[in-house]
Design a protein around this ligand. Structure first.
Ligand code: FAD
Length: 460
């Protein structure tokens, strides 16, 4: 049982709720998306604004408490919570202010992608976000962040104009192209290493409210052939089309005929980022990859497209992921991917091949801390299963697929998909040059490494 900490000093200055072990709401407040995570913080500080964040950081320092920072609580490694320390929980901070004239949005640290899309779409605007609407804007953006708009408009972090961030000293800073430029470079890919971001300012793009996109399902019998055809088609798709190829097991859903329920399938999903009436033509090469058993590409509201996979990612199940990035898909990768798709030990697992490039690859390698500018594809091997007793088998499958893909993969990897976040993970994920530069920024803003519940960069 975790002992609660004495909080009278914090209570004086804190406006949000302070939740301690044994109190009502404690278990709900410490639960994160991945049901494998069962951490017991000594205190959960549910912040209502910047002043609460400053007070929580100072209190943690004075009491030498480990710190975890929570945005949307989706990190698969469970870094939003910690054992025995304090969770600085931004999830009550839900403010979104859209300025449709300047096409920017100010977004507080606890907002999810579904909430941001809803607010920006009211003006026919959007910024690239994640594929599942309950994911936090904060963690996704700080690690890079890609989704259906990324080939057209880049990463979520590429669309940042500035962040307001409270550093390890409790100072509120604004980082942008004009102020604290080193910090602004680092927070675009370097994760939560440098402080607590209370507000993000994004640039927005005209889009929707109706777009053309969706998903088509194929039987996975000729997986190698499909993968090769997908590789060929993605080589010439316009940047306005972002897509993914997904190995999955047919869910017992009404949009699939009963004979596909439980069958190994390949889904081709994507979006045309432009005038919906032109989307049918732009996405046709993707939809003519083989003969789809079911083609659900159509005109739909952007907010519907942004939630179309939500049912595949319910909170509370067991989850273990491993990912690789690829400059190109060689035949070895095709063979390994094709084998992965027909041997999944859980019908809830999937293997996602994201096609990137386009606007994601345009900035220079050292423009931000995101280490995968040259990656044309990112693969995420997503193990999901309900029974904790089955974990050894499921984790072994994810690791086996990842091992088989390794010879074809890039050296660096996507920090937001790391389920293992030990201190040895950060340098290989970023590569030596970026890691060294991140370490120098860390020394300026968090020299004692109080923000270490993440893919941790050591102060240099
Ligand atoms: P949290 O678990 O709340 O936070 C993760 C970490 O981010 C924290 O430990 C902290 O270090 C840092 N952090 C969070 N908030 C702040 C803050 N305000 N200030 C400073 N640091 C902070 N990624 C993609 O790129 N594209 C996708 O389409 C995508 N889809 C996903 C779908 C699902 C179902 C899941 C579970 C994850 C997905 N991800 C995707 C990965 C996602 O980017 C990471 O899990 C990310 O960490 C989630 O952010 P969060 O705020 O929800 O997480």
């Amino acid at each position: 049982m975790t002992s609660p900490v004495a909080t009278p000093a914090l209570e004086e200055s804190f406006r949000g709720a302070l939740v301690r072990p044994g109190e009502p709401g404690y278990d709900a407040a410490r639960a994160v998306w991945n049901g494998m995570i069962d951490k017991r913080p000594a205190l959960i500080a549910r912040c209502t604004g910047v002043a609460d964040v400053v007070a929580a950081i100072r209190f943690a320092r004075e009491n030498e408490l480990a710190i975890a920072v929570r945005g949307g609580g989706h990190n698969v490694a469970g870094t939003a919570v910690c054992d025995g320390g304090i969770v600085i929980d931004l999830s009550p901070m839900k403010g979104v202010h859209v300025d449709p004239v300047r096409r920017i949005a100010h977004v507080q640290g606890g907002v999810t992608w579904g909430e941001l899309d809803r607010a920006t779409q009211a003006y026919g605007l959007a910024t690239p976000g994640g594929l599942i609407s309950s994911t936090g804007v904060a963690g996704l953006t700080l690690g890079g962040g890609f989704g259906w708009l990324s080939r057209a408009y880049g990463l979520a972090s590429d669309n940042l104009l500035s962040v307001d961030i409270v550093d390890a000293e409790g100072r509120l800073l604004t980082a942008s192209a004009g102020e604290h430029r080193d910090l602004f470079w680092a927070v675009r890919g370097g994760g939560g290493n440098f402080g607590v971001v209370t507000s993000f300012t994004f640039t927005l793009h005209p889009l929707g409210p109706v777009v053309f996109g969706g998903v088509a399902f194929h039987r996975a019998d000729a997986a190698g052939e499909m993968l090769r055809a997908y590789r060929d088609v993605t080589a010439s798709l316009p940047e306005s089309v972002t897509s993914a190829l997904i190995f999955l097991t047919g869910p017992p859903a009404p949009f699939l005929p009963p004979e596909l329920h439980g069958a190994p399938l390949i889904a081709i999903a994507g979006l045309y980022a432009g005038d919906a009436s032109k989307g049918e033509r732009a996405t046709r090469p993707l939809r003519e990859l083989g003969t789809a058993a079911v083609d659900l590409f159509h005109e739909l509201p952007y907010t519907a497209l942004q939630t179309m996979f939500d049912a595949t990612a319910p909170a509370g199940l067991q989850n273990y992921w491993k990912s690789h990035a690829f400059a190109a898909l060689d035949d070895g990768a095709v063979t390994a991917l094709a084998a992965s798709g027909v041997a999944m030990p859980s019908p809830l697992s999937h293997v996602d091949l994201h096609h990137l490039g386009g606007a994601v690859s345009r900035p220079a390698d050292d423009a931000t801390a995101y280490p995968l500018r040259g990656a044309e594809y990112v693969v995420n091997v997503v193990g999901t299963w309900p029974d904790p007793a089955d974990s050894a088998r499921q984790v072994a499958w994810v690791r086996d697929v990842w091992d088989a893909l390794r010879p074809s993969a890039a050296d660096t990897s996507y920090v937001n998909f790391l389920a293992d976040t030990g201190p040895e993970q950060a340098e290989p994920a970023y590569g030596a040059t970026t890691y060294a530069r991140l370490g120098a920024v860390k020394r300026t803003y968090d020299p004692q490494n109080i923000f270490r519940g993440n893919v941790n960069v050591a102060p240099r």
